[in-house]
Design a binder for this molecule. Structure first.
Ligand code: DGY
Length: 323
C-alpha cells in the first residue's frame, strides 16, 4: 500500500523528521523558508496531510483552494489562531494541535519574563554589553521584589495554572485569576487562588499581570489604554499568549509615561515585525517567541503531531482534534 503523502511547512527537530521519513512519503522543508500562499494551496492540493505551524497563515482563501487532496492539517503548536478554523470546518478538514507538552516550558518563559521585568535584567545586561557599568552602587537599577507579591492571571488554562504553581509554591506569590469558565476547585484550592469577577478587578489588585487567553475576536486588544490605566504604577505586564491580546501603542504609552513599571513580552502584534518604539524603551524585556523553545518540548510537539495524524490515517479520531 502507498504511504500517505505528507508535507511539512517548516523545519522540525531532526528526530521527528527521521520518523516522518520512515512512516510517510514526506516532503520536508530543509531551507525552513516559510511557504507562500500559493505553496500552501499547492500543499493542500497534493498531500494527504499538511503539517503547519504558527507562522503559516492559513486563511479561508488558502483553505478554499479547489481540488484539495488533504483531509487533515496537523498543527505544530497549541495555538491555532493562524488557521481560519470555521473555513477549515466548512471544507470538511480535520485540524489538530499539540496541547499539554509545552505547558511547563511556556510557563517557565512567563516566569522568566516576570523576573526579568521585575529585576530590570535586560537593562542591566545592556549596561554591561555597552561597557557602561562603572560598579555597584546602593541605588543602581532598583527593581521590585517578586517573592510574596500578587500575580494576576488572565485566562486560567494549563499554562496559567503551571505558572501559578511555580509562582505560588516557588515564590510564595498570592494568585488571582480571571476566566469566564469554572476551573477545577481542587486546583484553585491547591494554589489558594482567588477568582476575580472581572479583568478590571484583577488589574487593579495585581503586582504582576500575566496573559494566558487565546487570541481571537473577543480578546483582541483586551489590554487597552483604559485597562492599562487600572494597573498599579509598580505593576508589570507579561505576555506569552499572543501579540494581538495587547494594544501595542497603548502599552508603549503606558511604559513611557510610567503608568506601569515594566513589561515582559514573548509575542507581538504582526510578529516578527515589532513596533519600533519597543526598541527605544528601557523598562521592557523582549524575547523572540521562545515559549515552547526547548529541545524536549519541540520534539514532543512533533511527536504529538505524529500521533494525531497516525490516528487519523488509521480511521480514528485524533486526541487533539480542534475541528
Ligand atoms: C504555540 O504552540 O502556540 C506556541 O506559541 C508556539 O511556541
Amino acid at each position: 500500500m502507498n504511504k500517505p503523502k505528507v508535507i511539512v511547512t517548516r523545519q522540525w527537530p531532526c528526530e521527528v523528521e527521521a520518523q516522518l521519513k520512515q512512516l510517510y512519503d514526506v516532503q520536508l522543508n530543509e531551507s525552513d523558508v516559510p511557504l507562500s500562499t500559493d505553496a500552501l494551496k499547492h500543499a493542500l492540493q497534493t498531500a494527504d496531510a499538511v503539517l503547519t505551524t504558527v507562522t503559516d497563515i492559513i486563511t479561508a482563501d488558502v483553505l478554499n483552494a479547489p481540488n484539495k487532496r488533504a483531509k487533515i492539517i496537523g498543527q505544530f503548536g497549541v495555538g491555532y489562531n493562524n488557521i481560519d478554523i470555521q473555513a477549515a470546518k466548512g471544507q470538511g478538514l480535520t485540524v489538530t494541535n499539540t496541547p499539554h507538552v509545552l505547558t511547563d516550558c511556556t510557563a517557565d518563559i512567563a516566569m522568566l519574563l516576570l523576573l526579568m521585568s521585575a529585576r530590570r535584567a535586560s537593562e542591566g545586561e545592556r549596561l554591561i554589553l555597552n561597557q557602561q557599568w562603572t560598579g555597584w552602587t546602593p541605588t543602581q537599577l532598583l527593581g521590585q521584589k517578586v517573592t510574596g507579591k500578587t500575580l494576576g492571571l488572565i485566562g486560567f488554562g494549563r499554562i496559567a495554572q503551571a505558572m501559578a504553581k511555580k509562582a505560588h509554591h516557588g515564590f510564595d506569590m498570592k494568585i488571582l485569576f480571571y476566566v469566564p469558565s469554572t476551573p477545577d476547585q481542587h486546583i484553585v484550592d491547591d494554589l489558594q487562588a482567588t477568582r476575580c469577577d472581572s479583568v478590571e478587578d484583577l488589574l487593579a489588585h495585581s503586582d504582576f499581570v500575566s496573559l494566558h487567553c487565546p487570541a481571537g475576536v473577543t480578546t483582541k486588544h483586551l489590554i487597552n489604554e483604559a485597562r492599562l490605566k487600572l494597573m498599579r504604577p509598580t505593576a508589570h505586564l507579561i505576555n506569552t499568549a499572543r501579540g494581538d491580546v495587547v494594544d501595542s501603542d497603548a502599552l508603549i504609552h503606558a511604559l513611557k509615561t510610567g503608568e506601569i513599571a515594566g513589561a515582559g513580552l514573548d509575542v507581538y502584534e504582526g510578529e516578527p515585525q515589532l513596533n519600533p518604539e519597543f526598541l527605544t524603551l528601557n523598562n521592557i524585556a523582549l524575547l523572540p517567541h521562545l515559549g515552547s523553545a526547548t529541545e524536549e518540548t519541540r520534539t514532543a510537539m512533533g511527536n504529538r503531531v505524529l500521533v494525531n495524524i497516525a490516528a487519523f490515517f488509521a480511521g480514528h479520531e485524533p486526541n487533539d482534534k480542534v475541528v
